[in-house]
Design a protein around this ligand. Structure first.
Ligand SMILES: Cc1ncc(COP(=O)(O)O)c(C=O)c1O
Length: 377
């Protein structure tokens, strides 16, 4: 067995995110309260109080699977498995599609979960990159060269964490063409779908472009409901059934209450309100971040994110990104993510989908440390 590789970003966040005064490390927006979720219908609370806290359908209650299927062209409930977050969805999908020694090609930079799973289970890992010099567009030549007859899975994250880049239709189709050339699966982590900053168009899914696609998603980012711990796998029924068989080992099911609240969140009545709320946080927070960036023109550089509540900022300071974020946490009680967690030193990931009275003082404290590092303060 390979030596265990911890998920370093999640380790760092779970150890410190509850203790700092300003947590700017999250990639979703300020979370929805239960009262806000139930706001449309005063009777909803009474219906929930009558809920028997039994196991739900282990693969997700039918109403929830229907609402999830409706988000994907051509999908029906048999294409859907409900999981405990996209974290479980990614884990069991990767374990279903790959055996030891199989080759996986991963888009980088990336939320490094699938990369870590691959290392821990002895898969052969290759990469293709989003290029900063090209506004984080994917290097499709590199992908084409990396993918060979041995490649079993191509893992993408779209919209991307940490860059906020959304692939164009042409780029998505090019990725599909490369997968098709060798019959590889595509695992598309699409948790930021719906969290677009620039316009009302929802990022398209990889699902439905090719028969060997599994898309994963969740309520944690675009819906502001990370505490419900609801995610999903969408794919061909046989493959979904195979992931379900792993799900029984790992969690059995998400909770009954979370299933019910998730079905409500994804109902046609409530869903548009939640998506709009997320976009409002992203669109109101971004100008604050941009103004703050403008005051650091000589030190910080950002390719504006197209989606998600995160900015992947390159900095020109003579300090490693882990050392920088550690000092920020210890000296200023602010948590952000070091580029090191994405294999990219001299970057930091900063969230901005937060109320102004929280975001502004958090950014002010980062400013104070930058000034200190530059010897100005
Ligand atoms: C790309 C990506 N996938 C999956 C996850 C895990 O999300 P969840 O809360 O749905 O388990 C995250 C969380 O940050 C993420 O950024």
């Amino acid at each position: 067995m390979p030596e265990f590789q911890p998920f370093t970003m999640e380790r760092m966040m779970s150890k410190f995110e509850q203790d700092v005064e300003y947590n700017l490390s999250e990639s979703g927006v300020h979370p929805v309260s239960l009262a806000e979720l139930l706001a449309d219908d005063p009777e909803e609370m009474n219906r929930l109080l009558a809920t028997e806290l039994n196991y739900p359908h282990v693969n997700g209650i039918p109403e929830l699977r229907e609402n999830i299927a409706a988000l994907y062209d051509g999908a029906v409930p048999e294409n859907v498995l409900v999981t405990v977050g996209a974290a479980e969805a990614n884990y069991i999908t990767t374990r279903t599609l790959l055996s030891a020694e199989d080759e996986i090609v991963i888009m980088l930079p990336n939320y490094m979960q699938i990369w870590g799973i691959a290392k821990n289970h002895g898969y052969r890992v290759k990469a293709f990159h989003l290029r900063e010099e090209n506004s984080w567009a994917p290097d499709l030549d590199e992908l084409d060269q990396a993918v060979t007859a041995k490649t079993r899975l191509i893992a993408v994250c779209n919209p991307n964490n940490p860059t906020g880049r959304i692939l164009t239709e042409a780029q998505m189709n090019a990725i599909v063409a490369v997968a098709e050339r060798v019959g590889a699966w595509i695992l598309a982590d699409e948790v930021y779908r719906g969290a677009e900053r620039l316009n009302g168009a929802e990022s398209p899914s990889f699902y439905g472009r090719y028969d060997k696609v599994v898309a994963t998603g969740s309520l944690s980012k675009a819906y502001g409901l990370p505490g419900l711990r609801i995610g999903w796998v969408v794919g061909p029924p046989d493959t979904v059934d195979d992931t379900w068989a792993r799900h029984e080992y790992v969690t059995i099911s998400a909770t009954m209450l979370a299933n019910k609240l998730a079905a409500l969140a994804l109902s046609p009545e409530v869903r548009p309100r939640l998506i709009q709320r997320t976009r409002d946080y992203i669109r109101r927070g971004y100008p604050v971040l941009q103004e703050w960036m403008d005051n650091h023109e000589d030190t910080l550089h950002l390719t504006p994110p197209q989606a998600a509540a995160i900015a992947f900022i390159r900095y020109q300071l003579d300090i490693n990104s882990t050392a920088f974020t550690e000092r920020l946490r210890k000296e200023k009680s602010v948590l952000i993510v070091a580029g090191d967690h994405f294999g990219m030193d001299h970057f930091v990931r900063v969230s901005f989908g937060l109320p102004h009275d929280y975001l502004i003082p958090g950014l002010d404290r980062i400013h104070e440390l930058i000034m200190k590092l530059k010897g100005v303060a």
